[in-house]
Every structure is written in structure tokens, then in C-alpha cells.
Design a protein around this ligand. Structure first.
Ligand code: ATP
Ligand code: MG
Length: 573
């Protein structure tokens, strides 16, 4: 695909300015910090393309950091799929880190914070704490535990960690400013107790777990991240991010960062990706999976990376899409049509064309004698480099029911008894002579005669007809289960609607048909071939029907095809 000429995005501008100013001695380090509590979706890919893209472009490094601070929701299954998906997208990380690697350091910092009189153990419920937060214009109310003696705070926090305090009964809060206009400064929670679930890496070692605001910036600092890029909703957290780092940075951090006293990671925020006709919240996606409303995380209707892959999206099309939408500070909604437009453009030049008949009716060429013959067809018309394939032709063919009309006016250019000549794609010209029907009046067989001197590729092949139709030779054809996917939701923005999002699912999002496909696809009859644990996918254009990908449910005796997208592009209009 062509690379479009682009001006720098605002993050690249920031990075280039930092490089010009010699900040961090020209070192560029980013990270992608997923929480291993679900599968990656296309929103995450936007962050991945930026985090890894900046590192690639400026000779830096992007590390993968699992933000695994909530054992109640996290699992190794997710860690593995996240790594696989990022590798499939074509990105290479430097190191793999886990926030859980820093639990001891973070705990030690929290102890020092308490010793400095900057944190206290609060025994109120989450509801009470929320009620006391105030509003942006009204100050909050101080907790009755705010001024506990330091010794008591230390004793209680240690008891929390030893597992002596029940989950939900106490939290550690930073003692900052209950009147700060930035609500995040109103004594944010630093630690909570989680005893109900073991951690997928540290097991039962910890009973207290750091909150995002306390863990994220410190983790960035330990690792030496220079540009900590995240989505806009964290912009209001940025002052707190800086506050915690300033509390501990330089000399205060006791050598916890190797980059010297002036080093600070800088958080920068960009707009999230939202796409029409889908949801991207992990909670909602999990619900769809758990309740069987989709076939799994990799259901081709899901906006997950594995779903898109199974739908037939290629890594390059997804990356091109991210380049096109760009990075700004303005939230918006992207038309799903743009995503489809991007994959269509990609497949247009790469996916071989084959014939498939979705609503078949038999055609018998009454004057065709013999066993049949093998014709040659270009894989993609007009692209010689993509080669040719062999196509069987014979006396009995499958054609689309809609390509024949028993009685037609002269505006109908396809088959009709006594009507016009029609070309069979890549082969001969035929003329319909009649048809046969069953008791119910349904057409079962169409009859035609052919002109032996009209074969494509010969002199007679140049004769023009008003219409060309698709066909598949009966003896060599094979049946394929074709899954016709459409948008998952019936409304543009399901998240903006009142009521239950599950009621907004598109009831027509999956239709399954059995199609007759040409024999060339027999080569696909095998179990998926894995490449780094991921099925290698072959893409086809089924003529007039759209772009399709061979699904991983295919076996040695059953072909399954998923529709990636139709041929019609509504986006450009
Ligand atoms: P949750 O839905 O559980 O709140 P999350 O979507 O924020 O999770 P994380 O695993 O915390 O998921 O996200 C990892 C990174 O991906 C974060 O830096 C986050 O900002 C980014 N990210 C998540 N969703 C989007 C999105 N829709 N567009 C762009 N970036 C996103
Ligand atoms: Mg998150």
C-alpha cells in the first residue's frame, strides 16, 4: 500500500522538540501498558501504533508493560494473547515488564510516604469516601482518620499487607489537599486490600495492591520511560502523576532510577479511538462473550485484534487505518466504513479472484460434447504478475438463480430463453433455450447452447456481450460454508444510547449460506497452518460477492469462508 505523505502529529512534534533540546540525552523510550484483563481491541491498536511507532521512528525502544495491579480481573491467558496480537501486528518490543515486578519497591515507597506524614490509613467505606470528595467547585470533607499518628498508620498498613484486615475495610490514602480544584488531589487512594484472588504472578505474597495513579508513574520512572503516552481521560491525572514522581524523584528515589536526578518521565495524552456500530469497553465485550451473544473473543464481528484477524483484516490494513485517522486532542467517532475502505484497498491488489455461486441453479449446455476442459483464468484481471489458475469447464455448471429469468423484457441483459447472448466469465458465450421446474414451480435446471468459437483468449473471445455471468463447473465444484458478517450493532453509537446495550445488537449480523465454489479452493481443505500460534490466513475475492478469508474452522473435508467486507464502498461517497 502507498505511504501517504504526512506532516508530523503533535506527539512527534513534542518528541522532535525534546530531541532538539537534548532532553534525556536524546534517549527515546515509550511503553505500551495493557492491563491483562481482556483481549486487545482496535482502540488499543491505536495506542500500540503510537507507542511503538514513536520508538521505531526515533531509534528508541518501546517496552511492553503489563499493568497487573488488580488480581481480581487479570489472568495469564490475557498476557499470552496480548503478546501474540502485538507480534501479529508486526511490532517488536524491547523488554517485557510487569507492574507486579515493582510491588516491593512501591510498597517501600508507600512506607516512606507514611513516615513522612504524607499518607494515612482510612477506615471508611468506598461510598463514604466518594461522598466526601466534594465537587470541582466545593471542597471535599476530610476523613476522620486523616490525622492519625504516623505510627498508627504504619502499623495498620503493615497489618493490611499481612492479610489481617478484611478486603474493603481499609485503604491507604495520600494526604494532599481536600480542597484542590483538581479532584484527583483530594487524598487519592494509593493502596487497597485484595485477598479474595491470588495474583497470577505473585500468588498470595501481597494482600495490598497499588492503585493506577500510584503505580503507573512510578513504574514509568523505574524503567526510564521518557514519553508516557496515554489517552485523553488521563489528562486530569497528569498533575498527580507528576506530583508522585516529584515526591520521590532524584535523590528521594534512592537510586531507583538509573537516569540521574533530573530525569522525569513525561505523560502526554491523545484522543481515544471510537468506531461506529461497535463497543470497545472490555467489560461490555466480556459480557458479550460470557453470555454467548458472540462466538468468543475472536468472533469476526468483535472489534478485538483476534476478531479482526479472523474477519480477514491484515496487519498492514489496520496500521494504514491508524495512519489515516491520526492523533489529535479532539475526541470523535470514526466511521466503520473507513476501516472497511482500508482493507478493501489492500485486498484489491492482493486477493486472488475465484467464482462462488451463492444461490445456485444448474445450467446444462445441451450442445457441449465430451468430458469437459480446463481453461486458464488470471488470478486478478489485469494484474499479470499475480499469475493464472486453472478452471474446469464442462456441460453442467452452477450459475446464480438471479442470472436467469424465464420471462424478461429487453432491459434484462442476462439469461432468458430466446434472449441475448451472455458470456460465461473467462470462457464461452451461451444463449438460454429453456428451463425445467419442479411441482412447486421453482426452476431446477436452465438449458442453453454455447458457441464453440467464442472462447475467451481466442479470436472469437473478443466478441462483446452485454453481460458476463459467473459459473462453477458442477463436477469439480465444492460446497463451502460461507459466513456473511455484518456490523455487530444496529445503531451507530451503542454506548450513547439509554438502556441495555445488548438490546441494540444487529439481529442480521451473521447469515450463513452454503455456496458452490470453484475447485481451485480445494487447496484450502486442511486444518489451519499456524505461524507463531496464529492461523495463516488466505484471502480471496469471490467474484461479485466481496472479500473473504478462509476461516480456522476449515478441515480436510469442510471449507469455511468469512466475509471480510462487500465489494461496494460507501465510504468515498
Ligand atoms: P478498560 O476498558 O479495562 O478500562 P482500557 O481500555 O483502558 O481498559 P488498558 O489495558 O488499560 O485498557 O489500555 C492499555 C492502553 O491502551 C492504555 O494506554 C489506553 O490508554 C490505551 N487505549 C485503550 N483504549 C483505547 C482506545 N479506544 N483508543 C486509544 N487508546 C486506547
Ligand atoms: Mg485502563
Amino acid at each position: 500500500m502507498e505511504q501517504e505523505e504526512k506532516s508530523l502529529n503533535f506527539i512527534e512534534q513534542i518528541v522532535e522538540k525534546d530531541l532538539a533540546d537534548g532532553v534525556n540525552d536524546g534517549r527515546i523510550q515509550t511503553r505500551f501498558p495493557p492491563e491483562p484483563n481482556g483481549y486487545l481491541h482496535i482502540g488499543h491498536v491505536k495506542a500500540i501504533c503510537l507507542d511503538f511507532g514513536i520508538a521505531e521512528k526515533y531509534n528508541g525502544v518501546c517496552n511492553l508493560r503489563f499493568d497487573d495491579t488488580n488480581p481480581a480481573k487479570e489472568d495469564t491467558e490475557y498476557v499470552e494473547t496480548i503478546e501474540r496480537d502485538i507480534a501479529w501486528l508486526g511490532f517488536k518490543w524491547g523488554q517485557i515488564y510487569y507492574a507486579s515486578d515493582y510491588f516491593q519497591q512501591l510498597y517501600d515507597l508507600a512506607i516512606r510516604f507514611i513516615q513522612a506524614g504524607k499518607a494515612y490509613v482510612d477506615e471508611q467505606t468506598a461510598e463514604q469516601i466518594a461522598e466526601q470528595k466534594g465537587t470541582p467547585t466545593e471542597p471535599g470533607v476530610a476523613s476522620p482518620y486523616r490525622d492519625r499518628p504516623i505510627e498508627e498508620n504504619l502499623r495498620l498498613f503493615e497489618a493490611m499487607q499481612r492479610g489481617e484486615i478484611e478486603e474493603g475495610k481499609m485503604v491507604l490514602r495520600a494526604k494532599i489537599d481536600m480542597a484542590n480544584p483538581n479532584m484527583h488531589f483530594r487524598d487519592p487512594i494509593m493502596y487497597r486490600i485484595i485477598t479474595s484472588h491470588p495474583h497470577h504472578r505473585t500468588g498470595r505474597k501481597w494482600n495490598v495492591y497499588p492503585m493506577y495513579d500510584f503505580a503507573h508513574g512510578q513504574s514509568d520512572y523505574f524503567e526510564g520511560v521518557t514519553h508516557s503516552i496515554c489517552t485523553l481521560e488521563f489528562e486530569v491525572h497528569r498533575p498527580l502523576y507528576d506530583y508522585f514522581i516529584d515526591q520521590f524523584s532524584g535523590a528521594n528515589f534512592c537510586g531507583l532510577s538509573p537516569y540521574g536526578p533530573d530525569y522525569r518521565p513525561k505523560q502526554r495524552e491523545f484522543n481515544r479511538l471510537n468506531i461506529t456500530y461497535t463497543v470497545m469497553s472490555k467489560r461490555k465485550m466480556l459480557q458479550l462473550v460470557k453470555e454467548g451473544l458472540v462466538a468468543g473473543w475472536d468472533d469476526p464481528r468483535m472489534p478485538t485484534v483476534c476478531g479482526l484477524r479472523r474477519r480477514g483484516y491484515t496487519p498492514s490494513s489496520i496500521r494504514t487505518f491508524m495512519d489515516r485517522i491520526g492523533y489529535t486532542k479532539v475526541e470523535g467517532m470514526i466511521d466503520q466504513g473507513l476501516l472497511e475502505h482500508t482493507i478493501r484497498e489492500d485486498l484489491k491488489e492482493t486477493a486472488p479472484r475465484v467464482c462462488a455461486i451463492f444461490d445456485p441453479v444448474k445450467l446444462i449446455i445441451t450442445n457441449y460434447e465430451g468430458e469437459g476442459e480446463t481453461l486458464t483464468a488470471e488470478n486478478i484481471d489485469g494484474i499479470e504478475a499475480l499469475g493464472t489458475r486453472e478452471v474446469r469447464f464442462g456441460r453442467e455448471l452452477w450459475i446464480e438463480r438471479g442470472d436467469f429469468l424465464e420471462e424478461a423484457d429487453n432491459k434484462f441483459y442476462r439469461l432468458s430463453p430466446g434472449g441475448r447472448e451472455v458470456r460465461l466469465k473467462n470462457s464461452y458465450i451461451i444463449q438460454a433455450t429453456g428451463c425445467e421446474k419442479d411441482a412447486a414451480g421453482n426452476i431446477t435446471t436452465v438449458y442453453a447452447t454455447y458457441d464453440p468459437n467464442s472462447k475467451s483468449g481466442t479470436e472469437g473471445g473478443n466478441r462483446k456481450t452485454k453481460a458476463t455471468i459467473n459459473w462453477v463447473e458442477c463436477n469439480s465444484a465444492l460446497d463451502a460454508e460461507v459466513r456473511l458478517y455484518d456490523r455487530l450493532f444496529a445503531v451507530e453509537n451503542p454506548s450513547a444510547e439509554e438502556g441495555d446495550f445488548r438490546d441494540l445488537l444487529n439481529p442480521e449480523s451473521l447469515k450463513v449460506v452454503t455456496a458452490k465454489v470453484e475447485g481451485a479452493l480445494r487447496s484450502e481443505l486442511h486444518a489451519p497452518i499456524l505461524e507463531n500460534g496464529i492461523p495463516k490466513e488466505n484471502h480471496y475475492q469471490l467474484l461479485k460477492q466481496g472479500y473473504f478469508v478462509v476461516d480456522q474452522d476449515t478441515t480436510t473435508d469442510k471449507l469455511v469462508l468469512n466475509r471480510t467486507c462487500s465489494l461496494k464502498d460507501n465510504y468515498l461517497k
